[in-house]
Write a protein that binds this ligand. Structure first.
Ligand code: NIG
Ligand code: FE
Length: 413
């Protein structure tokens, strides 16, 4: 589809061609062109600039008078495909039970896994499709989606096949991750497996199938004191080296057990959560190419500390923002709200936040060459705002949707 957007009040995210990610002081600048045009041809951005340079070619025109345009959000950490919901656990937590206590009593991830095991692919796709449409309306164009509520080979593959089916049905770009180690299920304990041997088993069983069917682009594990420890991480590192699938690791959500240092040494693509940090973990990320993905809506919902965004930015670490959309720790996937929380709770500036939620999110999925900024040749995944004063206003006026139109692959949604 070809389209010419004209009279754009400001066009944001206009980074220098070839910019892969932004770190340190560079993160603080969200470059914009005032009073701009942008032309979409065959689903890609074909040209853009100030209105004074707008070509006269005969294309369908959309007048964006008073509206702003920026890249669609790239949400690089979610668990969008799950079955049912867990609001009964929300009630328990409000009465004082902790996330870990609920998990230890068979709730949490195990609760969601029980619901997945009795759902078929169509049901999983149907529920996730409903959630995804809301996210698109709120400006998300690309979304990483993890498995991890299967907890046995058959159900993990079912989740990954559901993600693949949903990706085909949707004009959003879904990036699948095999979350091989999320919680140790009862059947594995009964067979005498521990966290490490279960992780090894899951990787051995699933990797050949998911590679032959093209079901996952990344590997993940929940590296925590009470979930999967460093021996399990080592199996993930070995499987990543052998399969070529990069690592994105849940780590340092509740405790530090040295997972970040190990993941960074293994050149993980990203380490995600980071609510609990130590000087050693911070040092290992200094200037590294492993991206720190922060998830403020998880901190908000669980009442746990927020990731130390300011320290990480000053530490020359690449910081991305994502939703962690899942039924237990972040039952919401609104990137606009994440942007607001990153400002109010993590003291990031709106400009930093808009970069971290677009280009750095794309980098956390190895997609910087296609997504996350306004550049000629990139996918035309864009949002057109309502009539608001500025793009930064998206981060300021919270709780309502400031997006008028989402365009994905050049198509108005
Ligand atoms: O990223 N931390 C591990 N996994 C999810 C939560 C899973 C759940 O509670 O269902 C997360 O927060
Ligand atoms: Fe997560």
């Amino acid at each position: 589809m070809n389209l010419k957007l004209i009279n754009i009040k400001s066009l944001g995210g206009v980074h220098k061609e070839g910019t892969k990610w932004l770190r340190g002081a560079d993160l603080a600048h969200f470059p914009t062109i005032e009073n701009a045009y942008l032309i979409i041809k065959e689903g890609k951005i074909s040209s853009f600039g100030p209105m004074s340079n707008c070509p006269q070619d005969e294309l369908p025109v959309q007048n964006c008078n008073g509206q702003h345009v920026m890249p669609a959000f790239v949400d690089s950490h979610s668990h969008l495909v799950y079955a049912g919901t867990r609001e009964e656990e929300f009630n328990l937590r409000l009465k004082g039970a902790s996330y870990e206590e609920i998990a230890a009593a068979g709730g949490g991830i195990l609760n969601s896994a029980a619901k997945v095991s009795t759902s078929n692919i169509d049901e999983l796709v149907g529920q996730a499709q409903f959630r995804l449409q809301n996210l698109i309306d709120y400006g998300t164009g690309t979304l990483e989606v993890k498995s991890g509520y299967g907890l046995d080979p058959e159900n993990e593959l079912k989740l990954l096949r559901a993600i693949k089916t949903l990706n085909k049905k949707s004009s959003a770009t879904l990036i699948p991750t095999f979350l091989a180690a999320h919680a140790l299920p009862a059947w594995a304990k009964a067979q005498g497996m521990d966290d490490a041997s279960y992780t090894k088993y899951m990787l051995e069983q699933c990797l050949p199938i998911l590679q032959s069917e093209g079901l996952a682009l990344f590997l993940d594990g929940f590296i925590e004191r009470d979930y999967f420890k460093l021996n399990a991480l080592q199996h993930l590192i070995d499987a990543s080296a052998q399969s070529g699938l990069p690592l994105k690791i849940h780590v340092n959500q509740f405790y530090d057990i040295g997972g970040i240092e190990m993941a960074v040494a293994a050149q993980a693509l990203s380490v995600d959560h980071l609510e609990v940090m130590t000087p050693e973990a911070m040092n290992s990320l200094h200037g590294s190419n492993t991206i720190a993905t922060l998830l403020p809506s998880c901190s908000y919902f669980l009442g746990i500390p927020y990731g130390p965004a300011r320290d990480l930015i000053e530490n020359d670490t690449v910081v991305a923002l994502a939703t962690d959309y899942n039924p237990g720790s972040s039952p919401g996937g609104n990137m606009q709200l994440v942007c607001n929380m990153a400002c109010t709770k993590m003291k990031m500036t709106p400009a930093e936040v808009l970069n971290a939620a677009t280009l750095n999110g794309a980098a956390a999925l190895n997609l910087s060459d296609r997504k996350g900024s306004i550049a000629v040749g990139k996918d035309a995944d864009l949002v057109i705002t309502k009539e608001i004063p500025s793009l930064e206003y998206l981060c300021y006026d919270f709780g309502i949707n400031h997006i008028q139109t989402t365009i994905l692959g050049g198509h108005i949604q």
